[in-house]
Design a protein around this ligand. Structure first.
Ligand code: ZN
Length: 408
């Protein structure tokens, strides 16, 4: 089975007719991990899992040294596509199979990992598996602390029937790898625009999320004169436009308001209160900080003019993750064996590689997303680009094994 056929097979798990629902520790997500573990075992890899549900498939080779890892995730957003995450896992498996079949001696083991719960589609925290592995998230404490919308905790779901894999050895002491290389679909249009088939990631964007609360005065939509209103949604609309303007003015950044809660949200009542969330990202942390300053300044000004108190709260802060220079060069040279000019580009989306980058030298490579579509059913990458991604990653893994010292 090639990478394309395996992805098509995985895409049936959690298929809804309008995308894929494969949230962490649900039956379809369990089935996807199961299939990955079965394929890896059939390929002669040694398969183990840790206590948060990360699945490791190892190609034994050379010295008993820390492995070079690759990987991604098998869970999806609600209504997600067949390639986000799954391609990195299946493409990694395929790369290891090719390296094994090639017969070249390895200096150390190579590993492909299916990280548990990269998407925050069930529990309100992304990159659960990779952040626990990198010890950025306190585990097992976190297991009891976070719960899904139905109140089931991460720990209970992990112990449930769709949690840890049956019959796969559980291990506690996975060493940090020597290096990490993640392969992913771009999820944006930059490769396609540049007619480039492989991308080398420069850095993963840092991110700030703000909660903005606007307090107005609710009232009868028919009787309150226009000059006597404190309309919270009108003030919120100005905030939304200020967010857009801030990203344009600051440059090399993006900012979005994708969530609003309007109260009372009635046709015949002047909105009395709005809560909205701002998502701002850039590979330059200072630019994201500047967007926050712009939003706060706009909030103060709009509040003064409209008489609607506006509170701005920082609710999430993630620093940008620059990729390791040496690993980037290794990945770039591997890509150059297949395409003359791989595109260097930042990743606006978050990835498990963000967590790994905190502990080991990390790099990422991208293949194009047709039309830039992702997190939707229309997500697609051309089969020949999937194939090229696997080849480039196999070459990068082999080169990293060759070049990196065994002693860390
Ligand atoms: Zn992903």
């Amino acid at each position: 089975m090639n990478v394309h056929a395996r992805l098509a097979d995985l895409a049936t798990l959690g298929a809804t007719g309008d995308g894929i629902d494969r949230a962490l520790f649900t039956p379809p997500e369990y089935a996807a991990r199961r299939r990955f573990a079965d394929w890896a075992e059939a390929a002669g890899l040694s398969v183990e899992q840790d206590r948060v549900g990360n699945v490791f498939a190892r190609l034994i080779g050379g010295a008993d040294a820390p492995p070079i890892q690759c990987g991604s995730h098998l869970d999806t957003v609600k209504g997600g596509g067949a390639y986000d995450g799954a391609f990195g896992v299946i493409g990694g498996l395929e790369a290891l199979e090719r390296i094994a079949a090639g017969g070249d001696a390895l200096r150390r083991p190579l590993e492909v990992v299916a990280w548990a719960g990269e998407e925050a589609s069930r529990f309100p925290l992304g990159c659960l598996g990779s952040s626990a592995f990198a010890r950025l998230t306190p585990y097992p404490q976190i297991g009891a602390l976070i719960a899904d919308d139905d109140g089931e905790s991460f720990a209970d779901a992990l112990d449930g029937p769709s949690g840890l894999l049956d019959g796969v050895r559980l291990r506690d002491d996975f060493p940090a790898p020597a290096a990490y290389i993640e392969l992913h679909i771009e999820q944006g249009p930059l490769l396609e625009r540049a007619a480039a088939r492989l991308g080398v990631v420069t850095a993963i964007a840092g991110q700030r999320r703000l909660r903005v609360e606007i307090v107005g005065r609710a009232g009868h939509a028919g009787t309150i004169p226009m000059d006597g209103r404190a309309d919270a949604l009108c003030a919120a609309s100005e905030i939304v436009l200020a967010v857009e303007r801030a990203a344009h003015d600051v440059g090399e950044s993006v900012a979005t308001v994708g969530w609003l809660d309007v109260a009372p949200n009635q046709t015949n009542i002047v909105p009395g209160r709005v809560v909205l969330r701002v998502d701002a990202r850039s590979v330059d942390d200072e630019r994201v900080a500047e967007i926050e300053r712009c939003v706060r300044a706009a909030g103060a000004q709009i509040a003064a003019v409209r008489g609607t108190p506006i509170g701005v709260q920082l609710i999430e802060l993630r620093a940008a993750a620059p990729m390791d220079a040496r690993m980037r060069a290794i990945v770039r040279r591997a890509c150059e064996r297949f395409v003359p000019e791989p595109l260097e580009l930042p990743s606006g989306a978050g990835h498990d590689a963000m967590c790994l980058a905190q502990i080991v030298p990390t790099a990422m490579l991208f293949v194009p997303s047709i039309g830039g579509h992702s997190h939707v059913a229309a997500e697609k990458t051309a089969p020949q680009d999937l194939e090229l991604g696997v080849e480039a990653r196999a070459a990068a893994l082999a080169a990293a094994d060759h070049e990196l010292p065994l002693e860390r």
